[in-house]
Design a binder for this molecule. Structure first.
Ligand code: ZN
Length: 192
């Protein structure tokens, strides 16, 4: 057991890590919750948040499994600000990023903002972590592994960035998707 000097403002990270490892060792645990900490330690959970940013960060730093039973603070799905919605919609061309369905051509299509890396696992509400999906693809996502989803999203974002670049660089001659597609087709045919 570590006894902390009351006026010690910030407990060194090494001590905090050692404390978590001690509890894990003594209680034979591979993950520690805040409740377990309160039971077996004199160090308050705030000290861990101050030093590591979050409880789970501290647990991971101690070489233990992240504490998934306890939702990290700020888990509640953040509202997507309007400017972000606009930017993502524009970037994704008002289409589903997986099947390319658009409400413009099919009124039954409902587009949704989806977090590429889930909020429940620490994903953020940022431009790079959001994409548009139709409700069908959003539901079907459960059939993909997280790795496959990340790969699809990475490819999509890369293509969007390429298009942005082309739009910026082609002031004299506007980017023509049909022309671009023809070029891609020719290249693909050459490959075959
Ligand atoms: Zn779709």
């Amino acid at each position: 057991m570590i006894y902390i000097v009351p006026n010690m403002k910030r407990i060194p990270k090494e001590i905090l890590i050692a404390e978590l490892q001690r509890i894990a060792r003594e209680q034979k645990l591979d993950s520690i919750s805040k409740t377990t900490l309160a039971k077996y330690s004199t160090i308050g959970r705030k000290s861990f948040k101050t030093s590591f940013g979050s409880w789970n960060n501290a647990v991971i730093a101690a070489g233990l499994k992240p504490n998934l039973a306890v939702q990290p603070s700020g888990y509640k799905r953040a509202k997507i600000p309007l400017h972000l919605r606009d930017a993502v919609t524009k970037r994704d061309n008002h289409r589903c990023c997986i099947c390319h369905a658009s409400p413009a051509t099919d009124p039954n299509i409902e587009l949704q903002f989806d977090h590429i890396y889930p909020v429940s696992k620490g994903g953020t509400t940022t431009y790079d972590n959001l994409w548009l999906l139709c409700d069908k693809c959003n539901r079907a996502k459960l059939n993909y592994t997280p790795l496959e989803i990340m790969a699809m999203a990475k490819w999509h974002l890369m293509k969007c960035a390429e298009r942005e670049e082309q739009l910026k660089g082609a002031k004299k001659r506007p980017f023509d998707p049909a022309d671009h597609f023809q070029k891609m087709l020719k290249l693909a045919q050459k490959e075959l």
